[in-house]
Design a protein around this ligand. Sequence first.
Ligand code: PEP
Ligand code: MG
Length: 759
Amino acid sequence: MPSSHAGGPRVLLRRLREIMAEQASAQTRLNKLVSVIAANMVAEVCSIYLQRAGDTLELFATEGLNREAVHRTRLKRGEGLVGLVAQDAAPLNLTNAPEHPNFSYRPETGEDPFRSFLGVPIVRGDRVFGVLTVQNKTARQYDEEEEEALLTISMVLAEIVAQGSLIDLAELDQPGMSPHRPALFHGEALAEGLSIGAVFHHEPRVKVERMIADDPVVELQRLEDALLSLRASVDAMLDSTELDLAGDTREVIEAYRLFAHDQGWRTRLRDAVRAGLTAEAAVERVQDETRMRINRTNDPYLRERLHDFDDLARRLVRHLAGGVAHSQSLPVGAVVVARAMGPAELLDYGRNKIAALVVEEATGTSHIAIVARSLGLPLVGGILGIADAARHGDIAVVDADSGEVHLRPVPDMLSAFEAKKALRAQRVARYATIRDEPAITRDGLRITLNMNAGLLVDLPHVVESGADGIGLFRTELQFMIGSTMPRLKDQTDFYREVFRSVGDRPIVFRTLDLGGDKVPSYGRTVREENPALGWRAIRIALDRPALLRYQVRALIAAAEGRPLKILLPMISEVSEFETAKMQIGREMDRARSKGAPLPAKLDIGTMVEVPSLLFELPQLLATADFISIGSNDLLQFVFAADRTNPAVARRYDSLSPAVLSLIRHVVTTAASMKRVDAISVCGEMAGRPLEAMALIGMGITGLSVQAASIGPVKMMIRSLDTRALKPEVTRLTSMPGSSARVALAAFAAENDVQVDRLG
Ligand code: PEP
Ligand code: MG
């Protein structure tokens, strides 16, 4: 079926919308629908069966079978191939349908000459509305793309049916359905990708009916039994060959297992039962207390972990109720919408059924985000109100590149989305063609284009994306996903694996940047009023040199004689850099005295992310081997705008004249010392093609960006001629106004510089 070639479902969806808008009877429109679908899919038959009261599927329209059979042919759920599709709520793709044990011949349809059969359920949420089929005479295998196309159509059909404009819903035994308006939500893109699917509400809470225990001894026993089976189920998750947990996901779940085995938790639960509560009520009570305690600490990292505790508590209540998994009814291709969700709950669903995730309370460092990224599932978080607005079964378009979620999109929107998906695929394909090409401008300027990383899950991207190397390895992330501080051996093993995965490519390890919004569960005990300005990163390292020394020891050992580049975060004055450098020197001396292999070359650099350092640049450049501008923190401090507060985070533009002047100041100072090559930019702005263009226009020749930005930024670089750009950027730097964005975008458009982003 060449549907996928001839414009695919997009063209068809547009046709469906036109048919819907016609002033004809429902039957006429249905008849048209099937004939258009059949033509588009190059099928000889296309039929729609809808579900009637009493679990009966009725042939509502057909192209290719006998029209007399319409409204006469009826099948029970589970009966025949169509009944099977409805019963399993899953597609059935057969080369030789009559041979299937469920095949049931209905003479009135004239179905006998058709051998190949593809049937997909018409589902909305967990409700099957009917079945859509296509058939061909030849024994052929419909491919995956064709199956997907039919699923997309059936999803739209479900929406059309649910709106009641086609068929009176009363006829269909579908109470409670009413037309509902489209809605658009903006959130944070936490794991990239584009998907469409039907909403499935993640409602993990089991209602606790009985609060007061009749017999505390019995309740204690129930609690113990449930704890045992809970622990066994978490252990089983780790051992499961089906889930086959590895890397970061495994570490997240291992940390979670420690919570499940926590004796303090068990004691608190037992105390609550002894006080007279049922086991279920005790779980709720202890969880309420934990929540209150954590909320009082005002600690963002612990707040993230609260979702893990909640997940665990809900799971325990489910074990008390007999262990019913909430995930069983999840239809294939669902968009799972949740207020909050823990990492284990996500794994319960399995990786194959979910098309995308929308989790109101998820943030970039939450465990669910880490697991979603490693499973390759698009995730939008930080999106309040969507769980209330979305109904089970609504169609949702999740754009986890831009952070937008469209609920109940109009057909136009669906077509636009399909177009965007196709464009994205095209762009990804174009990026692949330049993957092994250098990041070089049209006038021959070579830019070092590195990737940012921090977890094992990022490492394969170094090769896949075509990055020159890793320009920023955030070592603190590894410390944050565990529940205890990694020991020297763990750190060494981990860095060794990182070195191995980059091969000969250069890599820059940044020493721990803990504190601020990155606090491990075993970390901060003292509450800070302004954590971003507090005891963090190098400040901790200088006060607790053993921490830095251990990390450097692990890095030297892992380097096994390769060149080693160490980057120090949050340096505020040159003297701090000197002190840290001295500590690193001591570790080199130690390794030397032990006869261990030393790195072939040791480079020590610093982040420039605290504004005070901008006023000591000549001294800094005289002592640092390299400098990495951390625009995320630097701009937060320059503009005095908290990067984690959505109300102000986007208030100031990274392309304002102030930022351009600042970068220019760094480049000019470095140029006067012939050190421009020592400077790179590694904050988020470097990964946005237009910003990256401006940086290059100011003389920056090194960028480090997230993996998904390598393709778009390289594409921009290879289409750029810096001879025209440089005078324009100079002109814009001295222009009044709050942003040079529009002018830079105009420059890009006039000069054919490709500044598209993936999203
Ligand atoms: C930065 O501040 O720009 C940076 C790259 O570091 P992080 O985002 O880890 O603070
Ligand atoms: Mg920073």
